[in-house]
Design a protein around this ligand. Structure first.
Ligand code: 2AM
Ligand code: CA
Length: 253
C-alpha cells in the first residue's frame, strides 16, 4: 500500500505543481485535474493488483471491480479533497482502505505535498510516518477543535448541516472546515482535532480513516451511533470522551 501510494504521489506532485500555474488561465484547471485523478487511480490499481492479484476494488473513478478472492477489496480515492487540489491548496490525500468481509482491516492516507503518511492495520496500531498515533484526551467540549465538511454545492443537506453546525459551534473552541474528509479523520487519529462529523460522504472518503481512528483509540460511527458509517456516509469520529457528547448535541431535536 505504501509503495502504491508513493508511486501515485509522484504524478500528483507533478500535476499539482502544474495546477498552481493554471490558476490564472481562463479555462481553469478542472479538465486537467480530472485527468490527474484518473491517472493516479490507474497507478494505484496497477500497483495494488501486482501485490495482491486476486483482490477486488471499489474506486471513486473506476467503480467496482470484483476480485477472484471474494473476501478482500481495496477501497480507493486517488484524490480526496479535489476542490483543494483544483485551487492549488496543498491539502488533499490519496486514501486506500482494505476491506475484508465487510470489515476495514488496513488503511493509508497520504498527503503527498506535506509528505505525511498516516496508516493503520487492525490490531497493530495507527502511525504517522514512524510515530505511533493516539487520539486526544480532551474531555471538555469547550476546549475542543472539531472538524466538519459542508455538503457540496447542488447536493441536498445544507439545511440540516446548518442546524448541526449551529448546535456544535456554540459549545466548542473552534470548528475547522478543511475540505478533505480522509485527512480530517487522520487528524482525529493524530489528536490534532478532537472530533469530526460530516454527512453525504462516500465509502472511499471514509474507509482508510475508519481503521486509523479505531487503531488510535477513537470511536467512529454514524452521527446517531449507528454502525454503518462506511455505506451511509454519515460519520462521527471523536475521542472516546467526546463521542457521546457530540452525538447527543448533533442529534438533539
Ligand atoms: P472528494 O474531494 O474526493 O470529492 C469535502 O467535504 C470532503 O467530502 C472531501 O473529502 C470530498 O471528497 C468529500 N465528499 C464526497 N462527496 C461529497 C458530497 N456529496 N458532499 C460533500 N463532500 C463530499
Ligand atoms: Ca476524490
Amino acid at each position: 500500500m505504501t509503495g502504491a501510494a508513493q508511486k501515485a504521489a509522484k504524478g500528483l506532485r507533478r500535476d499539482f505543481g502544474e495546477v498552481e500555474q493554471l490558476q490564472v488561465s481562463h479555462k481553469g484547471p478542472s479538465d486537467f485535474v480530472s485527468a490527474a485523478d484518473i491517472k493516479a487511480e490507474k497507478v494505484l490499481r496497477a500497483e495494488l493488483a501486482k501485490a495482491r492479484p486476486r483482490f477486488g476494488f471499489l474506486m471513486e473513478e473506476g467503480g467496482e471491480v470484483k476480485g477472484e478472492d471474494g473476501h478482500h477489496r481495496w477501497i480507493i480515492d486517488p484524490i480526496d479533497g479535489t476542490t483543494n487540489f483544483l485551487h492549488g491548496i496543498p491539502h488533499f490525500a490519496i486514501s486506500i482502505g482494505l476491506e475484508m468481509d465487510g470489515d476495514i482491516i488496513a488503511g493509508l492516507i497520504f498527503n503527498p505535498i506535506t509528505d505525511e503518511m498516516f496508516y493503520a492495520e487492525k490490531g497493530k496500531g495507527a502511525f504517522l510516518n514512524d510515530k505511533r498515533l493516539r487520539v486526544s484526551s480532551r474531555n471538555n467540549l469547550l476546549d475542543s477543535v472539531i472538524a466538519t465538511g459542508i455538503p457540496f454545492h447542488g447536493r441536498p443537506g445544507h439545511k440540516p448541516f446548518l442546524k448541526q453546525l449551529e448546535r456544535v459551534m456554540g459549545g466548542v473552541a473552534g470548528i475547522r472546515r478543511m475540505g478533505a474528509a480522509s485527512l480530517d479523520l487522520a487528524y482525529v487519529a493524530a489528536g490534532r482535532c478532537d472530533g469530526f462529523w460530516e454527512i453525504g460522504l462516500q465509502p472511499w472518503d471514509i474507509a482508510a480513516g475508519i481503521i486509523l481512528v479505531r487503531e488510535a483509540g477513537g470511536y467512529i460511527t454514524e452521527i446517531d451511533g449507528g454502525k454503518n458509517a462506511l455505506y451511509t456516509g454519515n460519520v462521527l469520529a471523536a475521542n472516546p470522551k467526546l463521542h457521546k457528547q457530540l452525538s447527543d448535541i448533533l442529534t438533539a431535536a
